[in-house]
Design a protein around this ligand. Structure first.
Ligand SMILES: Nc1ncnc2c1ncn2[C@@H]1O[C@H](COP(=O)(O)OP(=O)(O)O)[C@@H](O)[C@H]1O
Ligand SMILES: [Mg+2]
Length: 251
């Protein structure tokens, strides 16, 4: 059974079909790259999968369960996380506080009852603090735990927002342009974190324009053009696919 199954997803904005009858499946353990020219529907597809947007047609199955009508928070709770191509961190909060906010947000969206049922909520807080510090160590920001996010470099902020997506060890993470506008050293680091987390069992779908980065990282590439899938296969095959070449370079 695939971890994620997208069946005939379609999303229209007024006259534009941003996502056009898209179907694909992703298996546990895969790193799938999602490529396509600007405006080809990558972000909209992510938004429809996580129900930040409501699709006009189609279904999404996660772990065999139909999540098409779930709220974004319920989807996150099931273990499907995402990060955004724009950075969502609170600049006036410290690195640790940002991660705690992400954790709290996740928990509030969780079954509230379950939280109240927890006899010792202090114990829970303690657990979250430990988790937060673990993740800060993992992404190498331990020297900046109490630094305000506003004082971090762009790349460090990107790492922070990445860590906010993985705080609860999700099963599947959707990353929107993790390597965009960060320096080569940071790109390398982000790639290594993704690989490590993948080895720990996390599956990824990654939208990325940096071809070297995504072709080196992904097991499989799905290419979109004008809302439709035009190629789905091994990185080197997709890269050389004439439809992909045409979509990117018009050749
Ligand atoms: N909220 C929106 N309202 C209207 N049109 C939108 C909206 N979001 C995206 N679009 C349009 O949908 C298409 C796909 O956009 P998007 O998913 O952002 O592409 P990508 O992420 O591949 O660059 C584009 O034509 C874009 O202009
Ligand atoms: Mg986009």
């Amino acid at each position: 059974m695939p971890l994620l199954k997208v069946c005939g997803l379609t999303k229209k904005f007024y006259g534009i079909t941003a996502v056009n009858n898209v179907s694909f499946a992703v298996n546990t353990g895969e790193i799938v790259g999602l490529i396509g020219p600007n405006g080809s529907g990558k972000t909209t597809l992510f938004n429809c999968i996580t129900r930040m947007l409501i699709a006009d047609q189609g279904r999404v199955l996660f772990n065999g369960e139909d999540i098409s009508n779930f709220k974004p928070a319920q989807i996150a709770q099931k273990g499907l996380a995402r990060s955004f191509h724009f950075i969502r961190v609170f600049i006036d909060l410290t690195v640790r506080e940002n991660i705690l906010v992400a954790a709290q947000h996740h928990q509030q969206d969780n079954d509230l009852e379950q939280i109240f049922r927890t006899k010792n909520s202090r114990l829970l807080d303690q657990e979250i603090l430990i988790k937060a510090d673990k993740i800060i160590n993992f992404i190498g920001l331990q020297g900046l735990t109490n630094e305000k996010a506003g004082n971090l470099s762009y790349g460090q902020r990107k790492l922070l927002s990445f860590s906010m997506a993985i705080i609860f060890h999700p099963k599947l993470v959707l990353l929107d342009e993790p390597a965009a506008a960060v320096n080569p050293t940071m790109i390398k680091r982000i790639g290594e974190y993704i690989r490590t987390l993948n080895q720990q069992g996390i599956t990824f779908i990654i939208v990325e324009h940096n071809m070297e980065f995504i072709m080196g990282l992904a097991d499989r590439i799905i290419a979109l053009d004008q809302g439709s899938i035009i190629a789905d296969g091994l990185p080197r095959d997709v890269q050389h696919d004439y439809r992909v070449q045409e979509a990117y370079f018009g050749v």
